[in-house]
Design a protein around this ligand. Structure first.
Ligand SMILES: Nc1ncnc2c1ncn2[C@@H]1O[C@H](COP(=O)(O)OP(=O)(O)OP(=O)(O)O)[C@@H](O)[C@H]1O
Ligand SMILES: [Mg+2]
Length: 228
């Protein structure tokens, strides 16, 4: 496959955290290539570094070593403003615990990323359409505390799609949901892929969710990703 068909290419990533007793090296040598439109699932033991990797790919944190290429550009060479623009325009992130802003309604949560650079009415319309797409048109004026877990996660998905990103990163998006709501979230992801061909990296413990994915990788200690 030629490099131009890859949307993300991470090579030799290392990441340590400062802990009470010194440095903890979570990722030692982690590499991942994501082709345009590809869906990759990552499984692996708790604490192995899956969320750490997603945060690096999302531009939410920086690696100690290694490179991440997004198309022709390198995340590790970007300044803060450029990295913020990458986060806002090119990747959508969905977390296990939704991370919605509690003092804003569903509509306002989804509008938030769209407001950067666009007027309020455009943001309102787009956010309303996205909420419709995830089946929550009727709930748009509810606050997160007035919604079920499954509904909150669907708001979070709508928010992640606000800027029409090429890449969706999802960290155990169904980990906090019952079986039925988990399947519903996966249906939304499948629909998204069908309509928008969004490339995805999904971290999950649930083998049922990876059906239809192009590759399933197991993260080994140190961050090495091997075919599961
Ligand atoms: N901010 C931090 N400071 C110190 N240690 C951290 C920090 N974030 C994560 N860690 C440690 O890094 C390791 C990897 O964490 P990470 O969250 O990436 O694991 P994970 O594979 O996502 O696990 P899980 O499946 O439980 O979500 C863990 O041992 C964790 O305790
Ligand atoms: Mg995790």
């Amino acid at each position: 496959m030629s490099a131009s068909e890859n949307i993300l290419h991470a090579a030799g990533l290392a990441k340590s955290y400062q802990s009470g007793r010194g440095q903890l090296e979570v990722l030692h040598d982690c590499s991942l290539t994501l082709a345009k439109h590809e869906r990759v699932a990552i499984i692996g033991q708790s604490g192995v570094g899956k969320s750490t990797l997603l945060h690096l790919l999302a531009g939410l944190d920086r690696a100690d070593r290694g490179s991440i290429r997004f198309g022709e550009r390198r995340l590790d060479a970007m300044g803060e403003a450029e990295l913020a623009a990458y986060r806002n325009q090119h990747v959508g992130m969905v977390f296990q615990f939704y991370h919605l802003l509690p003092e804003f309604t569903a509509l306002e949560n989804v509008m938030m990323p769209i407001l950067i650079g666009r007027d309020i009415s455009t943001a309102q319309h787009r956010a309303a359409d996205l909420l419709e797409e995830v089946g929550l048109g009727e709930r748009r004026h509810h606050f997160p505390s007035q919604m079920s877990g499954g509904e909150r996660q669907r708001v979070a998905i709508a928010r992640a799609l606000a800027s029409d990103p090429e890449i969706l990163l999802a960290d155990e998006p169904t980990g906090n949901l019952d079986h039925e709501n988990g399947l519903r979230v996966m249906d939304i992801f499948a629909g998204l892929h069908e309509r928008h061909r969004t490339a995805m990296v999904l971290v999950t413990h649930n083998p049922e969710l990876v059906i239809g994915f192009d590759r399933v990788l197991n993260m080994e200690p140190g961050g090495h990703l091997a075919a599961a």
